[in-house]
Design a protein around this ligand. Sequence first.
Ligand SMILES: Cc1cc2nc3c(=O)[nH]c(=O)nc-3n(C[C@H](O)[C@H](O)[C@H](O)COP(=O)(O)OP(=O)(O)OC[C@H]3O[C@@H](n4cnc5c(N)ncnc54)[C@H](O)[C@@H]3O)c2cc1C
Length: 425
Amino acid sequence: MTLSRNLTRVLGSGPLDFALTPDDVAFRDELRSWLDANLISFLEHWGADDDQALHLTGASNTKSEGFARTQERRKDWQRRLDDGRWAAINWPVDWHGREATPIQNAIYSEEMARVRAPGIYNANGIWQIGPMIIKCGTEEQHQRWLPGILSADDHWCQGFSEPEAGSDLANMRTTAIRDGDHYVVNGQKTWISSAHLAQWGLFLLRTDPTAFERNAKHEGITAFIIDMRTPGIECRPIRDITGDTMLNEVFFTDVDVPADCRLGGEGEGWQVAMSTLGHERVGTAGLSITMAADLKSMISTARAVNPEALNDPELRDRIGRAFTAIELTRLLNYRALTKIMKGLPNWPEVPLAKLQWSEISQTLAELGVDLLGPAGLLLKGGPDAVDGGTWTRSYSWQRYTSIGAGATEIQKNIIAKKAIKLPRK
Ligand SMILES: Cc1cc2nc3c(=O)[nH]c(=O)nc-3n(C[C@H](O)[C@H](O)[C@H](O)COP(=O)(O)OP(=O)(O)OC[C@H]3O[C@@H](n4cnc5c(N)ncnc54)[C@H](O)[C@@H]3O)c2cc1C
C-alpha cells in the first residue's frame, strides 16, 4: 500500500480519459479481425507447444530439443504478421508499417496479450533496432538491413552493456578507431541477448577515448551495425540462473568494421542509444493483461494440483494484493496514454510502470511456486513438472526484471530526482 500512496502523491488524482478516436477503433477492429482469421490456423499448424511458456518467461534454451522448432514457429508467425502489415506497426507505410500512434501501440499490445499471441522471431529488430535504422540510417542502410529484419531472415542483437558499463552506460570502453575506410574494434561487451544466434548487431562503441580525460564520457560514443560473422568476434555464452545460455559475453579483437556500417554521425551514439531505450518501453500496456492471465492460470493450476493452498489466508491475501497491483498497473498505463493524448509528457508513469512491472512479475513468480506447494519444486524438463515447469522456471527467471531495461534503483533515482524532487546532498 505504500507504493499506492506514493503513486497518488506523485501522480495527483486527475481524471482518466479512455476515449478512442474513430481511427483507433478502426485500427483495433482491423487487428481483431486479422487475429480471428489467422491465429487459429497458425495454432492448428504449429500446435500450442511450449511457445506460451517461452512467451511467459521471455527466454528460451538453446539446448532444448524444441528450440529449433520454436525459432521456426516464431519466424512463421512474424512472416504471417508481416503479410497482414501487423509485424512492424511503428515503421513507415512504405516499409510495410502503419506509423502507429502511442495509443495504437497500446491497443496492439493489449490485443496481442488478450489472445496470448505467439512470440515473434526478432522482437529486438522490429521494435528497437529497425526504428533506429529508419531514423538515423541512410537510404542505402535502409535498403540493406530493413528487409531482413522485417522478413525474419536475419536475427539481430543489441550490444550496449560492458563489464563496467551497465546502469552507467556512458562508462563504456570498447573502442572503434578509424583507419581509412573502416574502424578497428577492440574490447568486450557483456549480457548480450542471443548474440550467438545473431547475424547482425547494433553496438555502441567509443570512437573518442579522450572523452574520459575531458570528463565528458557521454561524448565520443558512436553506433555501429556489425556483421557478427566478422573475424575477431567471439561470443561466449553465459549460463544464467535458470541454466539457459541465451546471454553472451562478446569479445572483439582487431575487428574490421566498414565505415558505411556506422549508424548516424561520429559521436552521436548516445542519442541513438537513448531513442532505442525509449522504444524499449513501448508496449507495457499489454502487460497487465498478460499478468492477469498468469494469475488466473496459476490459481486454476493450484485448484487442480494443490487445492488446500487456496484456503490458506496468507496466500489468499497475496492473490488479492497481486490482483490489485495488476489493476493499478493497467490504470497507470491508461493514465500515461491519457497524458500523451493531451500532449503532456507521459512521465513519471514510464519509470513507475517499469517498477510496477518488475515488482509484480517477481511477486507473481513467487506466488506461482508457493501455490503449487511441494509440486513447485519440480523443475522444467522433469517428468512430473506442473505446466511443463513454467512456474518453477519463472521463479528464477523473473529476477531479471529488476535489472534488465533499467535497474530498480535507477528508476527510483529518476523518480526521486525528477518527480518528487527530493533534495540532493
Ligand atoms: C536478461 C537480461 C538481458 C539483457 N540483455 C542485454 C542486451 O541484449 N544488450 C545489452 O546491452 N545489455 C543487456 N542486458 C544488460 C542490462 O542492460 C544491464 O544488466 C543493466 O543495464 C544493469 O547493468 P549491470 O548489470 O552492469 O548492473 P550495475 O549497473 O552494475 O548495477 C548493479 C546494482 O547496482 C545498482 N546501482 C547501479 N548504479 C546505481 C546508482 N547510481 N544508484 C543506486 N543503485 C545503483 C543497480 O540498481 C543494481 O542493483 C541484459 C540484462 C539482463 C538481466
